[in-house]
Ligand binder design. Structure first.
Ligand code: MLY
Length: 266
């Protein structure tokens, strides 16, 4: 069941402004995603960032890859933009004098790592170097976000979700990301040049499913107006479980839960 969230209507209704693209460390055109499920690459272990591991692409969404470290479990998947500097073609680590490491929580005995590595790479489909992007977009020179500006942000507790968000506060180089229609539990501070935040319209460009705002505590809560949710049938419900709507103007995105994504219930 699908619904569509319209930024155009939502901005009008909330009287808010979108953070301008120059605030973000993102390319103006989202990077092309030529990866395929099953391809292997090198990735920094998100839980132990000094180690480089082998990862397998287990899913693709817009300009992002869903990655799983070889030798890890399926409960610690993570998402990276295809132009992230934290992913590299296989061979890069060794070329730079490094050694591939087992992931934190390697499910076998540490002594079996060399053999595991050999087997996991044997006959593997390695992501070709040409589909990696030369470099990350440069960081903007300074934090130009302002409180109240709207953006699209990764929900770090449910990182497969990208959601409508508002700058809640500024703290030097940091920005407080708050999720529209959700209580503070999902808020986080990140650097202004974080790769987890995107300008309004990003998901529409990449084909990612932008989640609709929640229904709690936001500025529209009194009227419970859902004019920004096109084609709503019935009253507002929980957007995650009940996305709804009809086909969009160019500003609208598909709202659909990926049935393959495990949903953590916080
Ligand atoms: N387990 C949660 C998921 C909420 C996601 C909130 N994000 C979109 C800010 C729930 O359904 O309550």
């Amino acid at each position: 069941y699908q619904g569509h969230f319209s930024w155009e209507k939502y901005l009008k209704e909330t009287g808010a402004v979108a953070a301008p693209p120059h605030c973000f460390r993102q390319s103006t055109t989202p990077p092309v995603n030529e990866f395929k499920a099953g391809m292997k690459l090198e990735a920094q272990d998100p839980r132990n960032t000094t180690s480089t591991c082998i990862a397998t692409v287990v899913g693709l969404t817009g300009s992002r890859l869903r990655l799983r470290l070889d030798g890890s479990d399926n409960k610690n998947d993570f998402w990276r933009l295809v132009d992230s500097s934290e992913i590299q073609p296989i061979g890069n680590c060794e070329k730079n004098g490094g050694m591939l490491q087992p992931p934190l929580g390697f499910r076998l005995n540490a002594s079996s790592w060399p053999m595991f590595l050999l087997k996991t790479l044997n006959g593997a489909e390695m992501a070709p170097a040409r589909i990696f992007h030369k470099q990350e977009p440069p960081a903007p020179e300074q934090n130009s976000f302002q409180v109240g500006m709207k953006l699209e942000a990764v929900d770090r507790k449910n990182p497969h979700f990208i959601c409508p968000a508002t700058v809640g506060a500024l703290r030097g180089v940091e920005v407080l990301i708050t999720f529209d229609g959700w209580r503070g539990a999902f808020d986080y501070y990140c650097r202004y040049d974080s790769r987890d935040i995107f300008p309004v319209g990003w998901c529409a460009l990449t084909g990612d499913n932008l989640q609709p705002p929640g229904t709690k505590g936001a500025d529209y809560s009194k009227s419970l107006s859902t004019a920004w949710l096109e084609g709503t049938i019935g009253g507002p419900g929980r957007p995650i479980s009940k996305p709804r709507g009809k086909l969009p103007a160019s500003w609208s995105q598909k709202v659909q839960q990926n049935p393959t994504d495990p949903i953590k219930i916080p």
